[in-house]
Design a protein around this ligand. Structure first.
Ligand code: NAP
Ligand code: G4F
Length: 372
C-alpha cells in the first residue's frame, strides 16, 4: 500500500525538510498552503513539480477546508506542523496563536474522525520544549512537569493534551514530539540563531553596523532541523503511540551562539558590561579589509527584544528517543550547526550583494539608454 503523508506547515522550516525526507522514502506527499499576497514559497520551490508532491489550499483556522482535504487525500500519516511559531509574536497576537496552535490541532483530529480514518491514519503533533517554560527541573524529560510561560506555550499545551485525550478516548494513533529548538539555514530570519548568523555575515561584508539582541543569558538546547524531521517519522513508526522528547542534551547561551557565529564570520568578539549595557566589541578580525571594525561595538542589547515572560533554561534529555527510536542526538554538533548556518549566510549575503549590484547597474544603463 502506498504511504500517503499530509503535512500542515509544509512551507515552514521543518515542513520543507520533512517533505524531502518522505519523498526520498517513496511517500506521496501532500502539503497545505494558505493564500498570501506574495506567492513566494522559497523553502519548497525546488520540490514543486516533483510527481509525488502535491500542494492544496486550506487553513488551520478553517475546519471545513481541513475536513474536505483529509477526505480527498486519505492520508495514512498526518504531520501537524502548522503553527504561529514565534513566541514573541504570540504576545502580540495571542488569539490568533490560540486559534491555530490550540484549536487547529483539535480541527485536524476531528477531520480524521469525520472521515472515519481513525484506524488507518497516524498523526504526529509538533509539540515543543516551550511547554516546560518556567522550568521545574533540568534537564527536561518526558516526565518533567509542564509550566508554559507564553501565549504560544499555553496554546501548544492544549495541543499536547487534546492529542493525548484523543489517543485514550478514541484509541487513535496520535502522538507528540516534544522538540527542543532546532535550527538550520532555512530557519525564519527573526528567530535568534538565524538573526545572529545573518547579521554576522552582513557585518563581515560591510552591509550592517550592529546587531541588537534581547536576553543574552537565555539557554537553549539547539539541534539541526534536518536531523529532527527523521524523529517525527520514527515516532509514527513505533508499534504503540507514545510521546518523545527530542533534543541534543547539550545547552548553550545566546551569547555563546553569537560569539561562535561571529568567529566563523572572521570576527572575534569580547563581551563587556551587564544587562542592557552589555556590548559585544570586536577585538580582532581575520580579513584585513575589516580592520576598521576592531574596537567597535558590533552587538548591543535592546529592550525591544525582551519578552514579558521569557523561558531561559531549556535543556533536553533525549534518553528515551535514543533507546526506543535508535536516534543519534549528536549527529550534528552545536559547532557544526553554527558553522553551516554562517557559511550559508556568508554566501547568501555575497550573492544578494552581486544581484543588487547587477540591478543597480541595469537601472543605470536603462536610464542612460545604453540597454533597451
Ligand atoms: P515555521 O517555519 O514558522 O513554519 C510554520 C508553518 O505553519 C508555515 O508553513 C506556515 O505557513 C504554517 N502556518 C501558520 N499558520 C497557518 C494557518 N493558519 N494555516 C495553515 N498553515 C499555517 O515553523 P517550524 O520551525 O518549521 O516549526 C514547525 C512546527 O514545530 C511548529 O508547529 C512549531 O511550533 C513547532 N516547533 C518548532 C520548533 C523549532 O525549534 N523549530 C521546536 C518545537 C516545536 P506560511 O508559510 O504560510 O506562514
Ligand atoms: O529563537 P527564539 O525566538 O526561539 P524560542 O523562543 O526558543 O522559540 C522557538 O523554539 C521553540 C522550542 O523551544 C519552538 F517551540 C518555537 O516555535 C520556536 O521555534 O528565542 C530563543 C531565545 C529566547 O529566550 C529569546 O528571549 O533567545 C532569546 N533572544 C535574545 N535576543 C532572542 C533575541 N530571540 C529572538 N527571537 N530575537 C532576539 O533578538
Amino acid at each position: 500500500m502506498q504511504n500517503i503523508a499530509l503535512i500542515t506547515g509544509v512551507t515552514g522550516q521543518d515542513g520543507s525538510y520533512l517533505s524531502e525526507f518522505l519523498l526520498d522514502k517513496g511517500y506521496e506527499v501532500h502539503g497545505i498552503i494558505r493564500r498570501s499576497s506574495v506567492d513566494f514559497r522559497e523553502r519548497i520551490a525546488h520540490l514543486e513539480g516533483t510527481p509525488n508532491f502535491h500542494l492544496h489550499y486550506a487553513d488551520m483556522s478553517d475546519s471545513m477546508s481541513l475536513v474536505k482535504l483529509v477526505g480527498k487525500v486519505q492520508p495514512t500519516e498526518i504531520y501537524n506542523l502548522a503553527a504561529q511559531s514565534h513566541v514573541q509574536v504570540s504576545f502580540d497576537a495571542p488569539e490568533f496563536t490560540a486559534d491555530v496552535d490550540a484549536v487547529g490541532v483539535l480541527r485536524i483530529l476531528e477531520a480524521v474522525r469525520t472521515n472515519h480514518l481513525e484506524n488507518t491514519c497516524r498523526i504526529y503533533q509538533a509539540s515543543t520544549s516551550e511547554l516546560y517554560g518556567k522550568v521545574e527541573e533540568v534537564p527536561q524529560n518526558e516526565n518533567t512537569p509542564f509550566h508554559p510561560y507564553s501565549p504560544y506555550a499555553v496554546a501548544k499545551l492544549y495541543g499536547f493534551w487534546i492529542v493525548k485525550e484523543y489517543r485514550e478516548a478514541y484509541n487513535m494513533y496520535c502522538c507528540s514530539g516534544i522538540l527542543f529548538n532546532h535550527e538550520s539555514e532555512r530557519r525564519g530570519e527573526t528567530f535568534v540563531t538565524r538573526k545572529i548568523t545573518l547579521a554576522a555575515a552582513r557585518i563581515a561584508q560591510g552591509k550592517q553596523e550592529c546587531l541588537y539582541l534581547g536576553n543574552l543569558d537565555s539557554l537553549r538546547d539547539w539541534g539541526y532541523a534536518k536531523d529532527y524531521v527523521e524523529c517525527m517519522w520514527l515516532i509514527l513508526q513505533q508499534e504503540k503511540p507514545e510521546d518523545f522528547v527530542i533534543a541534543t542534551g547539550v545547552q548553550h547561551s545566546v551569547r555563546e551562539f553569537t560569539e561562535l557565529a561571529f568567529r566563523h564570520a572572521g570576527i572575534e568578539l569580547k563581551f563587556e558590561g551587564k544587562d542592557l549595557e552589555e556590548k559585544g566589541i570586536c577585538v580582532s578580525v581575520t580579513n584585513p579589509e575589516n580592520e576598521h571594525l576592531v574596537g567597535k561595538t558590533l552587538v548591543a542589547v535592546s529592550e525591544d527584544f525582551y519578552r514579558p515572560t521569557d523561558v531561559v533554561n531549556l535543556w533536553g534529555d533525549p534518553t528515551k528517543a535514543k533507546a526506543k527510536l535508535g536516534w543519534n542526538p549528536q549527529s550534528t554538533s552545536f559547532e557544526q550547526l553554527v558553522q553551516l548556518m554562517v557559511e550559508h549566510d556568508m554566501a547568501k549575503v555575497a550573492a544578494d550583494s552581486v544581484a543588487s549590484k547587477v540591478r543597480t547597474n541595469l537601472a543605470e544603463y536603462l536610464e542612460k539608454g545604453l540597454v533597451k
